[in-house]
Design a protein around this ligand. Structure first.
Ligand SMILES: [Zn+2]
Length: 276
């Protein structure tokens, strides 16, 4: 009996320690966090919108994002995090190491050999099909019609864009290489590599020459940036203009969000590249 207090103390101590170490709820339904809107479009094929959140505010790209304290709570409360990898989203790599008990789906790991090293992975439909399969495995859910729906959207894109493959165009920033490669389109150049860099006079003059020669028939701007730069380069020339949103803010997060995004993207390219 002399040992009882000691036993009690050690029992209480172990209880308090185990309650401290208790993980946040891992009972389904799981909370899924997509870092950017287009990754949420893919995830919504499997996850109810109430269980799905997006880290970056609408319209924001990883280029201009940094974490706020409230974002850390959002990351901590998620069970599954879908992100673009340490190179495109360096602000998350520390958390991926700190919380290894969460499921981290690093989309950059799903690229094929020869895939351009461009962190806008959601413009690669093949990678999004692989990411959705990985998410389905993580959630222990069937992958459903996602791959078939993406394939159908790609077949329509193929029909629209195959006759327009030789038509040259400029994009605003280098975000679309995966799509350009998948659809074998003729991207002649971009105003800037990433939106925070402004093009120099030499680049703008070369672009103006390419437009004048007829090598480029369409120029895309982006909704986040003033079209003034694009306007100044195309002024007085008979060139079509379109708009591409690299984070697809105008596409709703629904079960078919990602195939809808592919459909919308194909239509935007077809409209701008077609001769009439
Ligand atoms: Zn970008």
């Amino acid at each position: 009996m002399k040992n009882l207090p000691l036993l009690l103390i050690s029992l209480l101590l172990s209880l308090s320690l185990s309650s401290q170490a208790a993980p946040i709820s891992h009972e389904p339904p799981y909370k899924v966090l997509a870092t950017v809107h287009p990754l949420a479009l893919m995830a919504a094929s499997l996850v109810e919108t109430e269980q799905l959140s997006v880290l970056l505010p609408p319209g924001m790209t990883p280029h201009d994002f940094s974490l706020r304290p409230s974002d850390i709570d959002v990351i901590q409360s998620a069970d599954v995090i879908i992100w673009s990898g340490a190179q495109a989203e360096p602000y998350l790599s520390g958390f991926a190491r700190r919380w290894p008990d969460k499921i981290w789906i690093d989309v950059s790991q799903l690229r094929a050999e020869g895939q351009p090293n461009d962190g806008h992975w959601w413009f690669s439909p093949a990678m999004m099909v692989r990411a959705q399969q990985q998410l389905a495995n993580a959630l222990e859910l069937p992958a459903g019609n996602f791959a078939a729906d993406v394939d159908a959207a790609l077949q329509r894109a193929e029909q629209l864009l195959a006759p327009l493959r030789s038509r040259g165009f400029f994009v605003f920033h280098r975000a679309y290489d995966h799509w350009v490669q998948a659809m074998q389109l003729n991207q002649v150049g971009a105003f800037t590599l990433s939106p925070e860099q402004k093009p120099g006079m030499k680049t703008l003059q070369r672009m103006r020459d390419q437009l004048t020669s007829g090598e480029v028939v369409c120029v895309f701007s982006e909704p986040e940036f003033s079209p003034a730069l694009v306007q100044s380069v195309v002024r007085g020339l008979d060139v079509k203009q379109g708009e591409l949103d690299p984070v697809a803010s105008h596409i709703s997060v629904t079960k078919t969000g990602y195939p809808d995004f592919i459909q919308d993207l194909s239509q935007r390219f077809a409209t701008c590249l077609s001769p009439d």
